[in-house]
Design a protein around this ligand. Sequence first.
Ligand SMILES: Nc1ncnc2c1ncn2[C@@H]1O[C@H](COP(=O)(O)OP(=O)(O)O)[C@@H](O)[C@H]1O
Ligand SMILES: Cc1cn([C@H]2C[C@H](O)[C@@H](COP(=O)(O)OP(=O)(O)O)O2)c(=O)[nH]c1=O
Length: 209
Amino acid sequence: MKRGATQLTGKFITFEGIDGAGKSTHIGFVRDWLAGRGKRVVATREPGGTALGEKLRALLLHETMHLETEALLMFASRREHLAQVIEPALARGDWVLSDRFTDASFAYQSGGRGLDRAKLEALEAWVHPRLQPDLTLLFDVPLAVARERLDATRSLDKFEREEADFFEKCRNEYLRRAAQDPGRIVVVDSTRSIPAIQEQLGHVLEKLL
Ligand SMILES: Nc1ncnc2c1ncn2[C@@H]1O[C@H](COP(=O)(O)OP(=O)(O)O)[C@@H](O)[C@H]1O
Ligand SMILES: Cc1cn([C@H]2C[C@H](O)[C@@H](COP(=O)(O)OP(=O)(O)O)O2)c(=O)[nH]c1=O
């Protein structure tokens, strides 16, 4: 994909879905799948992925703040992440796997919390006007399934403690975006078994090689 003046040769894959949908589980599989085919892979996450970004992540996940402050800090973390990690890796020809990217801001800050979508579009146009993921894997599960998986595993952060209605709205915004951009966003039915999902991921990845 052409991304403006700099020639970037690696591929950029993002992993999205509501909390507990299975993103972290499948990033490991995709990393191993690509490494097995000789690709150099950088696995990273948002918010975070840099020293500064991880500090912003700690604030974002644990402090109460104004909705616009939250959106701005998500994009501040992203700006640093692009400059320090994503763009240099793509320029080297590495594949970048990011646990969340800008679709998460639309799903959570706009879908979930109700921020005007136009404000996020403005931030997106500022922070990454030309770069979009080559592929976004949207792990989709009904809320009840995600909740059950999360409750079984870990203590919950600020976002994960939100009410059911919040996640329904996040999920709907993700699905709306997927319907609008089916060439980039692949919806993965994450209610299936892990091996069944991985078989689908293998087919999707083959097409990117
Ligand atoms: N398809 C699946 N079937 C059953 N359990 C799953 C599946 N995918 C993930 N899990 C489990 O659900 C929990 C949450 O998955 P995780 O990958 O951490 O989600 P996320 O990163 O999207 O929040 C983990 O314990 C994981 O092992
Ligand atoms: C990247 C991003 C994440 N988030 C939220 C979604 C998640 O609840 C939280 C952290 O994401 P995540 O890394 O998926 O959490 P975990 O490590 O617990 O699986 O940040 C946003 O609200 N907006 C964003 O732009």
